[in-house]
Design a protein around this ligand. Structure first.
Ligand SMILES: [Zn+2]
Length: 137
């Protein structure tokens, strides 16, 4: 069996990096003071661990980063239904190990393609928020 890969070792591509952004606000249980009164004694707030703030919402933002491919890992397996499932992942000079690497669907030949995918992911999140599927808590 011979595997063709989308990219080659040494090739420079655009990886779609992700970062989590959090909004914080005062804890509702302790009103931001970090402590609550229990039978007249003040104790550290169990909801915010005494910090006074809670994460009110968080989301993932994506941005393109130029990387150089250092390694490629391809695996293929057949399910009981007979379908073949293929995984293709990459490691780069910038990110090191495969565990910190990239699935093929997060790498793009051009910055424009990577930006378009970032826009699609951001729009999908906005639609999910509008539908009340995730977000505020
Ligand atoms: Zn609290």
């Amino acid at each position: 069996m011979r595997f063709e890969t989308k990219y080659d070792i040494g090739q420079t591509v655009w990886a779609l990096e992700s970062a989590t952004v959090k909004n914080e606000g005062p804890c509702h249980l302790c009103d931001g003071t970090g402590s609550v009164a229990i039978k007249g004694l003040y104790r550290r707030c169990p909801d915010c661990a005494g910090g006074g703030n809670r994460t009110t919402s968080e989301w993932t933002v994506y941005h393109p980063r130029l990387v150089t491919i250092r390694g490629i890992r391809v695996s293929m397996a057949q399910s009981q239904s007979g379908d073949f499932r293929r995984n293709e992942s990459y490691t780069t000079r910038e990110t090191g190990a495969f565990e910190a690497g990239w699935d093929v669907d997060r790498l793009f030949a051009t910055q424009g393609e990577a930006r378009a995918e970032a826009g699609r992911l951001h729009a999908a999140r906005s639609e999910a928020l509008a539908a009340g599927m995730e977000g505020e808590r």
